[in-house]
Design a protein around this ligand. Structure first.
Ligand SMILES: *Cc1c(COP(=O)(O)O)cnc(C)c1O
Length: 363
């Protein structure tokens, strides 16, 4: 059987290792496994949201409201845009997929930073498009504009804050890129961790309302990170209504579940939960920075809910990640991104205590 040629170029996405794997392979009890690998919220989700999911369990037989009226209205009001500026996806991942399928052909190129969210490449390659990367892992405006002029990409991905490095691009820099390029190129501003960046520094806070006036820009957000709903799979895109109506042509009906929809609606009503999550993070990340200084390796200043440790020659990221795994602590090795680095989600105080304890042992 002959598959689409484009598939030859695709490496399967390597997701963060699940707790179940550590239980199976190393015989560690699930409650003793510390998972700091997928940037999930260590506080879990809002208890109000958990209650709504439980209370709606009996509605599992019903398809969800396919208009997603209430969720779009809540997001529209939160971001000061209109409901027809919004499309909902099964995670913002699905919106990325809609974008890729709506725009790309094998004649197109896409532009992204050297080290960034792996799904941009995978969705683009599914369409046979060519991948262009800047030289630096940080989003450097000059590098983006130079590559833009040379390759005239159909899509530019700006991941801010960036996963898996944790650094961010200022609003001024993002707007500089948007204002320089012509309107034939779509700019995707992926704000999966924007809640953290906005809390840290106003200059890095980008909201959909900054962008909807542009015909060629889309903002992506998700309930998976700060809202603690990774398992519910709800994300969104916010853009000019013409762009959104084109993306709607790619959307399957009922693309999120009845329970996910109810959960996301409730989550928009509990911003206090997000604030508490960010407060925990802000307190705990200081310990990670101190730990790096103590052990004499570098880290990237984080605008997200994780920290990226940049190891020196004396430490090998693969060895560290494997050794931690055997102790039941899951982190993300960035060797596959060409970096001698690991990405660690900032956990609860107890999870972080355990991480430092095991790290001290294996280092
Ligand atoms: C987690 C993440 C997403 C999407 O997550 P979903 O769970 O699909 O909403 C998108 N972009 C980046 C950079 C992410 O880290």
């Amino acid at each position: 059987m002959k598959f689409n040629e484009a598939l030859k170029e695709i490496k399967i996405y390597e997701a963060g290792k699940p707790i179940e794997l550590v239980v199976r392979e190393f015989g560690i009890k699930a409650e003793n496994v510390v998972k700091l690998a997928s940037n999930e919220n260590p506080k879990g989700c809002s208890s109000k949201v958990a209650k709504v999911i439980a209370n709606n369990a009996h509605k599992a037989f019903l398809y969800p409201d396919d208009s997603m009226y209430e969720l779009k209205a809540a997001l529209a009001s939160k971001f000061s845009v209109q409901s027809d500026n919004i499309i909902i996806g099964a995670g913002s991942d699905q919106v990325l997929e809609f974008i890729s399928r709506a725009l790309l052909t094998p004649n197109d190129a896409v532009l992204m930073s050297q080290v960034t969210f792996a799904m941009y490449e995978i969705y683009a390659k599914q369409m046979g498009a060519k991948i262009i990367r800047t030289a630096s892992y940080e989003h450097k405006v000059d590098e983006f504009l130079e590559a833009y002029n040379e390759h005239k990409p159909k899509i530019i991905y700006l991941c801010t804050p960036n996963n898996p490095t944790g650094d961010a691009t200022s609003k001024v820099d993002v707007l500089k890129i948007i204002d320089t390029i012509d309107k034939e190129t779509l700019v995707v501003v992926d704000g999966a961790y924007m809640e953290y960046a906005a809390a840290k520094d106003e200059a890095y806070s980008i909201t959909p309302s900054d962008l909807v006036a542009y015909p060629n820009v889309i903002y992506l957000g998700t309930f998976s990170k700060a809202y603690g709903l990774g398992g519910m799979r709800v994300g969104y895109g916010v853009a000019n209504r013409e762009l959104i109506s084109e993306l709607y042509k790619m959307r399957p009906p009922f693309n999120i579940t009845t329970l996910s929809l109810a959960a996301a609606i409730e989550a928009t009503k509990d911003e206090e939960f997000v604030e508490d999550s960010i407060a925990l993070f802000t307190k705990e990340i200081v310990r990670y920075e101190m730990f790096a200084r103590e052990k004499d390796f570098d880290y990237i200043e984080s605008y997200t809910n994780f920290i990226t440790y940049l190891f020196n020659d004396k430490i090998n990221s693969t060895e560290i990640a494997d050794a931690l795994l055997k102790e039941g602590v899951i982190i993300r090795n960035l060797a596959s991104y060409g970096m001698n680095a690991v990405r660690i989600t900032i956990g609860t105080k107890e999870q972080n205590d355990r991480l430092f304890e095991v790290m001290r042992k294996v280092l």
